[in-house]
Design a protein. Structure first.
Length: 416
């Protein structure tokens, strides 16, 4: 926690930041992290951030930047962001970029609550009351983390049954990841994240056949009206991605999601694809997204507003809109993050669909005041001030954080 009484900003009213705190709680295979900003008038603004997604030390970075925010008005989130960016310019991506985004998001919430308006009003006003979502990590959590999420899946029959469940529960789109069939059952394939450690990132004929089998099982269970999405992450190189997208053209996928650090390579992959190509969830700001748009790398840029901050994300979405692209939120965090993404999506004209996790840990609904409400594959949005929900501190305390270290924070690929 950082606390100070002196003002270093231009504002001298009750809107100045008086205190910044970081909180966290256990989320089974990871922790949830929250940033709390309190103004001189006692208004509280919240943001969720994530230290477990390749971001060790993020809390430390936020706490190091906090003294530069104390005394500044929550109304001045853009000047504050630009000042923090200038002070960290030589390293203002990665963990530092995420710290800036978390601070911006908490300031937005505090500003909205001070004004008594929803955050989407600060982002231009909503253009929709509900946001179409896809069921993300479909089967992923039930294979990799069944001891937490339940409903263990061990074979393709389980995948078919899950596809049918998705349709029966009213969802119209699902996204899955790469899995291999082994003597011990289905196991996640994430060499891009070191599980297994296979730095060559080669794509074999067997791997492609197994991806096809998975997609066919989902199609058999969910039916022809279900939109299927596939996330390849960082798990191949250019020629491997190109092989996969060519050989999956007959599935009519909603999109294939790919991550690569090379815009020109992504453009080459896209030229071989028979479906929409999405990606970019690890990019920071317009400066990193722009080269991908100029190169023709992506059909749908994916923007992580938890990392970037939603004011900055609005700039990224507007740039994409100006170049004819839809965008989509990256969202695999807790309920507060989902509601934050929903406010941004409600105010962003060129949103196509939003990621969300439907399989949840048992206490997800207990630690926030309002949980997301899904109706007919859409997240319904209300008009409460701020993000429309906030953590319950007593509930966080009832689930103290227990994980530490990057090794524990990485979701296992089939290991309990």
């Amino acid at each position: 926690m950082v606390d100070a009484a002196s003002s270093i900003g231009s504002a001298d009213s009750g809107t100045v930041v008086e205190r910044i705190e970081t909180l966290s709680c256990d989320a089974a295979w990871r922790n949830y992290y929250f940033l709390k900003v309190t103004t001189a008038d006692g208004v509280v603004g919240w943001a969720e951030y994530d230290e477990g997604f390749s971001s060790p030390g993020l809390t430390t970075a936020i706490e190091a930047l906090a003294p530069l925010v104390i005394g500044r008005s929550v109304f001045d989130h853009e000047p504050t962001y630009q000042y923090l960016f200038a002070r960290t310019r030589q390293a203002a991506s990665g963990v530092i970029g995420e710290a800036l985004g978390a601070i911006e998001n908490a300031l937005l919430d505090a500003k909205a609550r001070t004004l008594g308006v929803p955050c989407y009003d600060l982002l231009g006003g909503k253009v929709r009351d509900r946001i179409r979502v896809y069921w993300s990590h479909c089967r992923t959590w039930r294979i990799n983390l069944a001891h937490i999420y339940g409903n263990r899946i061990t074979d393709l029959d389980g995948v078919r049954a899950l596809g049918a469940e998705v349709a029966e529960r009213g969802f119209t789109a699902l996204k899955t990841n790469i899995f291999r069939q082994t003597p011990d059952g289905l196991r996640g394939w994430l060499p891009g994240f070191g599980t297994p450690f296979a730095p060559e990132l080669n794509v074999s004929r067997q791997l492609i056949n197994e991806i096809r089998a998975t997609l066919q099982a989902f199609r058999d269970g969910a039916g022809d009206d279900m939109d299927l999405l596939l996330d390849l992450n960082f798990n191949a190189r250019t020629e491997g991605y190109a092989r996969i997208v060519r050989e999956l053209a007959d599935f009519g996928l909603f999109w294939i999601e790919i991550d690569t650090d090379h815009p020109d390579a992504m453009a080459h992959i896209r030229s071989k694809a028979g479906c929409t190509i999405s990606g970019g969830e690890s990019l920071f700001g317009v400066r990193e997204l722009y080269p991908y748009l100029v190169a023709g790398s992506l059909d749908v840029p994916i923007i992580d507003g938890i990392w970037n901050g939603f004011w900055q994300s609005a700039k990224m979405a507007a740039m994409a809109d100006g170049m004819g692209h839809s965008v989509a939120p990256h969202n695999f965090y807790g309920h507060l993050a989902t509601m934050m993404n929903a406010h941004w999506a409600a105010a962003t004209p060129n949103i196509i669909i939003m990621e969300t996790d439907i399989d949840r840990i048992p206490w997800d609904d207990e630690i926030v005041t309002v949980a997301p409400n899904y109706v007919d594959s859409h997240l319904m949005l209300g008009d409460a001030p701020g993000w429309g929900t906030e953590p319950i501190e007593e509930a966080l305390a009832a689930h103290p954080p227990r994980l530490s270290g990057l090794r524990e924070r990485r979701p296992p690929a089939g290991d309990d």
